[in-house]
Design a binder for this molecule. Structure first.
Ligand SMILES: Cc1ncc(COP(=O)(O)O)c(C=O)c1O
Length: 400
């Protein structure tokens, strides 16, 4: 389909709407959620109705899950980090995940053993904060590496979240991940990475499972409102979040139609690029790698979730940065604080109301009875950039 306003869309020719993989089904999520809900910091995040956006788009409802308050970390990512650390510690110490609790790991006699473990990760911000916070809860040390150009504010936020050593490297995200993996090997640290590659998939799987709590909450909140989603838009960096949530939703709504779209920044769209090549394999993004969507600035798809996105998503979008800035402003108006990586789907859905995007809207099947589900995955994780976008209208809408 033709590009409009720099927004591109690809349709999956043969989407599979069957159940998602077993490790993401609602039964497994119940175990994940039990670990999360036992934490003293756990609170369900809000599901907010965006009535003005629904009216503009001509659909019954648009809902956005607001992750800006999750665990006080301003992003959904802590769900993955904390669950992964829980699983890895249980496995290392030979403990049963079903009967062990975080509180048990934090107390004597287990704490003395747990404290000896050292964790390492690479991050563009939010994941590292989740790992640092989770490690600090267990009395463990964490090393966090960030790609070049990372905001010092984000680095400081990670230091503040836990007793982590944070270093901004001279490389992009994907090479920073390789560096973290190398350090883990050399130093005997445990790599807790939110993406996977052949031979490193078990810990990422637990991170991805951790994310499903967010979808499980949203599905329950929708059910309480008497709704079920007909459309979901999921933003992707490596695609671990999008694939995890989609895998869960396909099982949860196995008996109902659900149109799923993956949304990425135009300059670093590895899932889009992989769909575009269309040979079934994951491919590296081809753009400049420059985007304000720091959490989505990842060039290589996660190998665990790529098959889910390849087979079970219906559409793939790539969007210029202003789409996300537009989404941030419209969510701000609706009372939701959403950062650059959280708001791109809201910005896209708003653009779909424009006549120039009517063909895309029709292909998506968005109609008067549609119910759209979005995830605003972060709050103002870079408060200075947030203020500029909201109050100084930086990255404005292009002229029509
Ligand atoms: C706020 C936010 N949203 C979405 C994502 C995308 O997650 P993934 O890299 O799993 O695609 C990230 C990743 O860091 C993020 O920080």
């Amino acid at each position: 389909m033709e590009k409009q306003f720099g927004i591109q869309m690809i349709e999956n020719p043969r989407p599979d709407h069957g159940r998602g993989p077993a490790f993401l089904n609602p039964e497994n999520t119940a175990a994940v959620r039990a670990v999360h809900t036992a934490l003293p910091e756990y609170r369900e995040t809000a599901l907010v109705r965006l009535d003005a956006l629904a009216e503009a788009l001509g659909v019954r409802a648009v809902y956005v899950k607001d992750e800006s308050t999750r665990f006080g970390l301003k992003a959904f990512k802590g769900l993955g980090g904390i669950y992964a650390l829980f699983c890895v510690v249980c496995d290392k110490l030979g403990l049963d995940r079903g009967t062990t609790t975080y509180a048990m790991l934090q107390a004597s006699p287990l704490r003395e053993k747990v404290e000896k473990l050292v964790f390492v990760t690479a991050t563009d911000g939010n994941h590292g904060k989740g790992v640092a916070w989770s490690a600090a809860k267990l009395g463990c040390k964490a090393h966090v590496y960030m790609p070049k150009g990372s905001s010092e504010l984000r680095a400081q936020a990670i230091r503040d979240a836990g007793a982590a050593e944070v270093l901004i490297t001279g490389w992009g995200y994907d090479d920073t991940v390789r560096y973290a993996a190398k350090m883990a090997k050399e130093q005997g640290w445990i790599l807790v990475q939110d993406t996977s590659w052949p031979g490193y998939e078990e810990i990422p799987k637990t991170i991805i499972q951790g994310y499903t709590t967010m979808a499980d909450e949203a599905a329950a909140q929708l059910a309480a409102a008497g709704e079920r989603p007909t459309h979901v838009f999921l933003q992707a960096g490596v695609g671990a979040m999008a694939g995890g949530i989609l895998g869960y939703l396909r099982s949860r709504y196995a008996d109902a139609p659900l149109t799923a779209s993956v949304v990425e920044p135009a300059e670093v769209a590895c899932v889009f690029r992989s769909a575009e090549v269309g040979d079934g394999e994951p491919h590296v993004a081809t753009g400049s790698g420059e985007t304000i969507m720091a959490g989505l600035n990842c060039g290589e798809p996660c190998t665990v979730t790529w098959p889910i996105l390849r087979d079970q998503a219906d559409f793939y979008f790539s969007c210029p940065d202003w789409v996300s800035a537009h989404g941030m402003r419209l969510l701000h108006e609706a009372g939701v604080t959403s950062g650059e990586s959280g708001a791109v789907t809201s910005g896209l859905v708003s653009m779909l109301a424009k006549p120039q995007l009517a063909e895309m809207k029709a292909a998506l099947g968005l109609k008067a009875d549609s119910v759209v589900l979005l995830f605003s995955t972060e709050g103002d994780t870079d408060p200075v950039a947030y203020q500029k976008i909201i109050h100084e209208n930086s990255y404005p809408l292009p002229q029509e």
